[in-house]
Each structure stands twice: as C-alpha cells, then as structure tokens.
Design a protein around this ligand. Structure first.
Ligand SMILES: NC(=O)C1=CN([C@@H]2O[C@H](COP(=O)(O)OP(=O)(O)OC[C@H]3O[C@@H](n4cnc5c(N)ncnc54)[C@H](O)[C@@H]3O)[C@@H](O)[C@H]2O)C=CC1
Ligand SMILES: CC(=O)C(=O)O
Ligand SMILES: [Mg+2]
Length: 569
C-alpha cells in the first residue's frame, strides 16, 4: 500500500531530462521546483516560472472549459492524464460532478465508439487471443512487480454499457472505471492496470474500418475464449497475487460463467452483475423507506434480464431471503422480461442458464396477452397483470418505459419506484422528467447516467444516479485496505447497506428527495462503503490483514493527488 494521506513518501526518480517530462506518473511540469529541476536535469526544459498545483489546476480547468463539446473534453482530459497523472486526478477530484460524465458514462461511450479514430496513445495492457503465449510477457511489460498491483480492470469489449460490442475500444471502459476508482475512493492509480482482452469483434463496421486497431476477426469460439481467459487469470494471479480482478462489460454469454468459474479461486468480482446489484438494492432500500412498504411486500419487474438485470434480481432476492422469505417465496416476487417477453418456463432454449430460476410457471400466466412479434408476454401486459411497485430497466432499450406503461403502474401504487438504469444517457428506458410527469410527481426515480434535476410545479427533484460507481470504488478500497482474498456476497450486501445509509432518513420522506447519495458526495460515500466492506471482510475471515482500526486502515490506504517530495536517484 502506498497511501499517502499522512505525509507522502518521497518519489524516487531515476529518469532525467525529457524522460521525466514524458512519464505522466512522475511528471509535474511547471510545478517542479528549482531544486527539483536541477536534480532531474530539467533546467531550461520548462518555462522558468514555478507554479503551485493550485495554479496548474486553475489553468487546466480553464482549458477544459474551453473545449467545444464533450468528446473534445474527453480528449483533453485523456491528454492531461497522459501528461501529468497527479494533476489529472486533482482536477477530476475537484470537479467530480462535472467531469465524471466525461471520463465515465455517458461520454466514455462516445470515446469507445471513436477509439480507433481518436487514438493518440496506448494506456494499459492489450492481450490478444491470437497470442496467448504472450500474456505473461505483456503483463510483465507493465513494469509492475508482484507487490505493485492492487487492482486490474479487464474487459473483452463485448457488452460495453448498453452499446454492445466495440472490440479493442473497450479498453476505455477499463480506463474510465479506474479513473472513477481513484477519483472516488483514492485507489493509487500507479498500482492499477486496465487490461483489454482482445478476442476479436463481431461488429462489421469495425472489421471493415481500416483504422480499427484491434484484432480484425470475429470473436473467438468458446473453447479458445475460455483458454485465453484462463491464461489471463492464471498469469495475473501468479504475477500480481494481491490484485483484485474486476470484470467489466462482458457479453451475457460469458459474464456470469467467467465470474462463477473464478469467484472462489481468486479475489474477483463482476461489476455489472454484483456492483449493479448492490447499487440497485441500495436504491430499492431507500424506496422502501420512502414508501413505508416493507421489502417483502414489493412486486418487482425487471426489464432486460441480462447480465445486470439478473444480477440485480439476485441481490434483491438475497435481501428478501434475509428478511425471512424462503428462496421460492423470494423468487416469486420477480417478473423478469427479456427480448422474447416475460421469462416463462416454456421458453426452452431461449432461456439462458442464469435466467432459469426466474422463469415464471406457465399456468400462472394463462390468459395473459402475448405479442406475436416477441412472441411472449410484453412488458405492458406484465405491468397490467402484476401491478408492480418496483420497475427496473437494464435493457439498453431507449424509451421502453412508455407513458401507457408508467401510467398503468402508477394507477395501482402510491409511489412507484422506477429505476431506468441503462447507459449511456440516450438509452435510458425513460427520462426522469417524463416519469415524473406521467406519475404527477409521485414516482421515486433513479437513472444509470446523470440527469439534470427536474423542475415541476415549483419543486426541484434531484435525480439519484443508480450507477455501480456508487459501489465499486469503495468495494475496491475496502478490499485493498484489508488485502481481502475474496469478494463475498456479504461484502456486497454491506456495500449496498452503506450506500443506502448515506441517503438520510429525513431526506427520503420528502417527495422530491433523491433515492441515492449525490455524486458530489461520492468520496464520502466511497469511504463509507470501503469501511463497511473491510469490516465485513474481517468478519468473514477473508481479510489477509486484520487492522486494529478498520477506519484508519481505509483512510491510510487512500492515495491523494498531491505531489510528493522527490528523491533523485
Ligand atoms: N446503472 C448501472 O450501474 C448499470 C447499468 N447497466 C446497463 O444495463 C443495460 C444492460 O447491460 P448488460 O446487462 O450488461 O447487458 P446484457 O446484454 O447482458 O443484457 C441486456 C438484456 O436486455 C435484453 N433485451 C434486449 N432487447 C430487449 C428488448 N427489446 N426487450 C427486453 N429485453 C431486451 C437482452 O436480451 C439482454 O438479456 C445497459 O444499458 C447497461 O448500460 C449495466 C450495468 C450497470
Ligand atoms: C455502469 C455500467 O457498468 C454499465 O452501464 O455497464
Ligand atoms: Mg458495465
């Protein structure tokens, strides 16, 4: 751990001259002092005036604001990240609410689509399914040793947000998630690695694009894929035995399988399944407090029963079991709707393994209207029959929560809880303004991407962001602080409870209060999550370091974006 929230350890620099300025991990440009410039052979290589970090941050913020449009802002921040990592994190940390939508959803989606066009510099490690024998060499090429890595975020780019397969461009979701880890929870960025598991792409426009930078062939078959993933996990665990392995944005055919294969073998979690499950549970628990209706009395419809949707259902089902329901009773509270309509037991091959548990018995839906195009029971009919109190969108289908559906839901429940979780912004199942309009301001709304507050009848409704960003940074920090050997279900539940607790009791009773703590408080939320996760890891016996004071250990593990003293060696 190299947390420097106390007095930072000196940074030992062997490079000299231009090599110092070219390395974003050590470069501080105009903030190098006269003494440091002399020691590092920088005299004359930077303009004479020495700036403070505050002055640098002011100028960088002005430059950021001058960029025309979000993609230009993203390119600007990436360039800053590539130039001076500490200043990048200082800036993002100071303007979290304004910059998270640039380094993360929604703009990261645009950056991923345009990756091969906008490409400037590599970041992270690119592993190729065509050369599994190079996995070790490539991970070693990062220059990091066995004790140097706390966290790796890996993606295969198949299920980026709700925009699908973007091949090698997916590296930017790993980079974006890591930026959130550091900005929100103070994970030391020098001890992290983004990894692209390039197994090809099935998107014709990438395969046909001469600029495309990834492997220009279709995605590997299952056996080849599995062997490659295994080479990655085995090698990463061997080279970096303390690293938490985070899986991001895999397709539904692989996400759950990969997690299940490794979750009891290494310290790992899937953010889309488990992080999303935890943040969704936190939002629903706030909704439970706001409505006064106990959790077991809710009827829950999940629209988009894929990686995230079933992850969400699983986490809620476990919470219901925790309230005393049997697994069968808890499962019976869910109606999951996917591309063929309501999951029903007669759908055979169309059901994925992880959906089977939620398939409703056919005789319970006798007489329900079917849509021949699906050809199952559509969302509107499910809502009409079930009268849900909670409606969750994890489908990536923009506008799927139509006025008719929402009005029907609101006709039978006082305060409908509606979580339109799909990203990026344009794929939300409904906008908060519409949801509030159609429910006369009664809906308890949260969205996956940020939305501006809604003004209605003189009242301002702040919209909570039901995004796993409220969970994974703190989960990671808590796990790192106690060197957890596993991520357990109870650690995720502790994270959800910690997020829910951050939404004050007084607040949730108000009509217009957000269901989740705001992004501007993300650092505090992440710290609370980290403490809860670390405590639970200790209780569960998976902490390899058991601190006397967990809170102090979590604080000590935080990295802050300050320039440490320099030691020229
Ligand atoms: N807010 C958050 O923290 C998170 C949000 N998400 C969002 O959830 C969405 C889904 O992500 P994943 O679960 O990873 O993708 P996925 O591909 O695993 O799941 C999407 C599911 O939606 C289903 N679907 C597609 N078209 C449909 C239709 N017309 N009607 C009903 N279902 C349909 C698919 O069959 C699939 O099962 C994305 O937009 C993603 O951004 C995902 C993870 C976290
Ligand atoms: C937030 C996230 O992980 C997703 O949309 O995939
Ligand atoms: Mg994701």
């Amino acid at each position: 751990m190299t947390g420097n929230s106390g007095s930072p350890r000196p940074l030992r620099i062997t490079a000299r001259g231009r090599a110092v300025l070219a390395d974003p991990r050590i470069n501080r440009g105009t903030a190098f002092t006269g003494e440091q410039r002399r020691a590092l052979d920088l005299v004359g290589l930077v303009p004479p005036r020495v700036l403070t970090q505050d002055e640098q941050a002011d100028r960088a913020y002005g430059q950021f604001r001058d960029q025309a449009g979000d993609l230009a802002k993203s390119v600007y921040l990436t360039a800053l990240h590539d130039r001076n990592e500490v200043l990048f994190y200082r800036l993002v940390g100071d303007h979290l609410e304004e910059m998270l939508p640039i380094v993360y959803t929604p703009t990261v989606g645009t950056a991923i689509r345009r990756y091969s066009t906008e490409y400037r510099r590599p970041r992270g490690v690119y592993l190729s399914v065509d050369a599994p024998e190079d996995v070790e060499r490539s991970l070693r090429a990062s220059g990091l040793g066995a004790d140097d890595v706390d966290l790796i975020v890996a993606t295969d780019g198949e299920g980026i947000l709700g925009i699908g397969d973007w091949g090698v461009g997916g590296i930017d979701i790993a980079v974006g998630k890591l930026a959130v880890y550091t900005a929100a929870a103070g994970i030391d960025p020098r001890r992290t690695l983004p990894v692209m598991l390039d197994v090809g792409t099935n998107r014709p426009e990438l395969l046909d694009n001469p600029l495309y930078l990834g492997n220009r062939h279709p995605r590997a078959d299952r056996d080849t894929y599995d062997a490659f993933i295994d080479a990655y996990v085995t090698t990463a665990a061997k080279l970096f035995p303390n690293a938490l392995l985070h899986w991001e944005d895999f397709g539904p055919a692989n996400a759950r399988r990969v997690l299940d294969r490794y979750r009891d073998r290494v310290c790992t979690f899937n953010d889309d399944i488990q992080g999303t499950g935890a943040v969704n549970l936190a939002a629903v628990l706030s909704g439970v407090r706001a409505t006064g209706v106990p959790l077991p009395e809710h009827r829950i419809v999940v629209f988009g029963a894929g990686t995230a949707g079933i992850g969400v259902a699983d986490q809620l089902r476990d919470a219901l079991v925790g309230e005393g329901l049997s697994v069968e009773q808890a499962t019976d509270r869910f109606w999951c709707v996917d591309r063929y309509g309501l999951l029903t037991a007669d759908q055979g091959e169309a059901l994925r393994d992880f959906q089977l548990l939620y398939a409703r018995p056919v005789d319970g839906t006798d007489g329900w209207r079917r849509d021949e195009n699906l050809p199952g029971i559509p969302l509107g009919e499910v809502v009409r029959r079930v009268r849900p109190t909670v409606l969750i969108g994890t489908s990536g289908q923009a506008g799927a929560f139509t006025e008719d559906i929402v009005r029907e839901m609101a006709a039978h429940t006082g305060r409908p809880i509606i979580l339109a979780m799909s990203n990026p912004t344009e794929l939300a199942e409904a906008t908060p303004a519409d949801l509030l309009d159609w429910t006369d301001g009664k809906a308890l709304v949260a969205t996956g991407s940020p939305f501006a507050p809604v003004e209605r009848d003189g009242t301002t409704y702040e919209i909570g962001q039901a995004n796993n960003a409220l969970v994974f940074p703190g989960l990671g920090l808590g796990a790192i602080a106690v060197r957890a050997s596993r991520i357990t279900d109870r650690m995720l539940r502790a994270a959800a409870d910690a997020v829910a607790r951050r939404t004050g009791d007084a607040d949730v009773a108000l009509l217009n209060a957000p269901l989740l703590p705001p992004i501007r408080e993300l650092r505090g939320t992440s710290e609370a999550v980290a403490v809860a996760v670390a405590r639970t890891a200790v209780e569960e016996g998976v902490a390899r370091t058991v601190p006397d004071d967990v809170e102090a250990a979590v604080r000590a593990a935080r990295w802050e974006p300050v320039y440490p003293p320099v030691e020229a060696v």
